[in-house]
Write a protein that binds this ligand. Structure first.
Ligand code: HEM
Length: 511
């Protein structure tokens, strides 16, 4: 009987202890939240383009907002200090990625560098990407590839102008350029223009990549309302599975080709100009596979190649297109950039080693990335633990969206925020003040390709400004509205009037 009462008393005290703990605990202070609807949460407030409707919400309710996309809790951040809380102070907590259909179906069950959550596997992929693939040394090794591809674009434009053409559609030119640069770094092959080894193979792969970008930008309700997932509304999942299969077959064939051609030093490029280059990315990955075959499976190799292609091609091409559009709408800036090139480069073609002497060109690239960051909400992060952001409690498992587009256009942070004024970046003050300029993100998940991207965009822009005179078609300004898509494309592909610069005629005719 005594034992029974002791157990009862223990239960009683335990019960009292837990109740008082709850009552005494400071209540959780959650971030403000707009009114929501049962089941769908705030999905009804979301229109396309997403960054614009989220900006409208934060203008109304504040820079730290708690939202619900169906069953998924979302933290929406729209100020540098709260971005700092998430991406610097609580960097590790927010270093996970949410599991979305795109990561499951197109990134080997969220196991590639973009979609893997924080942990030893992601850290290893990130090390390979930053040390073996995107380090300054490696980027420098492929400098000749970028120069050749940009010169080949300039040569095409010149040849067309000699044949009487005066208008060019630049969107496709830029995407062909960045695609060739990336594929030559990855596999030592180009897929557009002259000396393309296998035209049909190139055509097929280009189609696959185009469709992948389209499907990646499509909304998938199953990500937020899991009970709809099995229905696969709009057939997004089916398309993803099919495209991922086609992409992987193609890339596996490329890897196999490299395997067959590899010599004892680990180089696979025996022919043409590539033999002068260093190892391609596939060579690097195959060397890793040889040393640790259990870890570096073909899936890991495929995942890395597909991630770099997806993250590195469209982003740089679209940024170059936005930059050219801004220059056409601001001829005074274009003139100033040309004057800088005339003074510091003179009558020869721009080289990458000249870029450090062209601060104004760099300001133009920064100002473009400020106004048109092609990842306007970064890539979604997810919290692995509860955290305090701006004094509010944010539960674990919350999806984080950082509205870089809104921060970059905030009138409290920027003078005349909607004006294109590259001068604001002179002396780089604009870049250093907190997290008010973060087109590549910040912290552990910051874009590892930023250095390559800035070089690619600057070199392309600089060379085009140097070689040709550019004008808009007619009096109307270039339309600057954003179209639908994952990486903020322009709604209308850019077309421009051009003619070779008289001072460059000699050089152009010798290309
Ligand atoms: C103008 C061009 C580019 C822009 C604006 C850009 C921007 C970004 C942004 C905002 C992120 C997400 C950061 C975050 O999650 O917080 C990202 C991630 C990434 N980017 Fe870029 N990027 C560009 C070009 C490139 C290039 C050229 C490459 C490589 C060839 C690249 C590779 C990656 C990879 C692998 C990730 C995922 C990193 C991770 O999750 O750990 N990007 N990029």
């Amino acid at each position: 009987m005594g034992v029974f009462f002791s157990i009862l008393a223990l239960f009683f005290f335990y019960f009292l202890f837990s109740i008082s703990k709850r009552l005494l605990a400071t209540p959780k202070k959650l971030p403000p939240t707009p009114p929501s609807i049962p089941i769908i949460g705030h999905l009804h407030l979301i229109k396309k383009p997403l960054h614009r409707s989220l900006t409208a919400l934060s203008n109304r309710y504040g820079p730290i907002l708690s939202l619900r996309f169906g069953s998924r809790p979302v933290l929406l951040i729209s100020s540098p200090s709260s971005a700092d809380d998430c991406l610097s102070k609580n960097d590790i907590i927010f270093a996970n990625r949410p599991r979305l259909l795109i990561g499951n179906r197109m990134a080997f069950n969220c196991s590639n560098i973009v979609w893997a959550s924080y942990g030893p596997h992601w850290r290893n992929l990130r090390r390979i990407a930053t040390v073996e693939i995107l380090s300054s040394n490696r980027i420098q090794m492929f400098s000749a590839v970028r120069i050749q591809e940009i010169r080949s674009l300039v040569k095409d434009l010149f040849r067309d102008s000699e044949l009487g053409k005066s208008v060019v559609e630049l969107k496709s030119k830029f995407s062909e350029l960045t695609f060739n640069v990336m594929m030559r770094m990855i596999a030592g092959k180009r897929y557009y223009g002259e000396n393309v080894v296998d035209l049909e193979e190139g055509r097929r792969f280009r189609e696959i990549v185009k469709e992948i970008l389209a499907v990646a930008g499509a909304s998938n309700f199953g990500d937020f309302l899991p009970f709809l997932g099995w229905m696969d509304l709009g057939g997004v999942e089916k398309r993803m599975v099919k495209l991922a299969r086609e992409r992987d077959e193609f890339l596996l064939a490329l890897i196999d080709e490299h395997r067959r051609r590899r010599n004892k030093d680990g180089f696979s490029c025996e022919e043409g100009e590539e033999k002068k280059m260093k190892k391609t990315l596939i060579d690097v990955l195959l060397s890793l596979q040889e040393t640790e075959p259990q870890y570096y499976t073909d899936h890991i190799l495929l995942g890395m190649i597909a991630a770099l292609l997806a993250a590195g091609t469209d982003t740089s091409a679209l940024t170059t297109e936005w930059a050219m559009s801004l220059l056409l709408n601001n001829p005074d800036v274009l003139e100033k950039a040309k004057a800088e090139l005339d003074i510091h480069v003179g009558p020869r073609l721009l080289d990458e080693s000249d870029l450090s002497k062209l601060p104004y060109l760099h300001c133009i690239v920064n100002e473009t990335l400020r106004l048109y960051p092609v990842a306007p909400l970064l890539v979604p992060h997810e919290s692995s633990e509860e955290s305090i952001i701006g004094g509010f409690n944010v539960p674990r498992g919350t999806m984080l969206l950082v509205n870089v587009w809104a921060i970059h256009r905030d009138p409290k942070l920027w003078v005349d925020p909607l004006d294109f004024k590259p001068e604001r970046f002179q002396g780089s003050e604009g870049v250093k003040e907190g997290l008010k300029f973060i087109p590549f993100g910040h912290g552990r998940r910051v874009c590892p390709g930023a250095g390559l991207a800035v070089r690619m965009v600057s070199l392309a822009l600089g060379t085009l400004i140097q070689c040709f005179e550019w004008e808009r078609i007619g009096e109307e300004k270039v339309d600057m509205t954003e179209g639908p898509g994952l990486t903020m494309p322009k709604s209308q592909p850019l077309k421009a009037v051009y003619k070779p610069h008289h001072t460059m005629l000699n050089i152009l005719s010798q290309l």
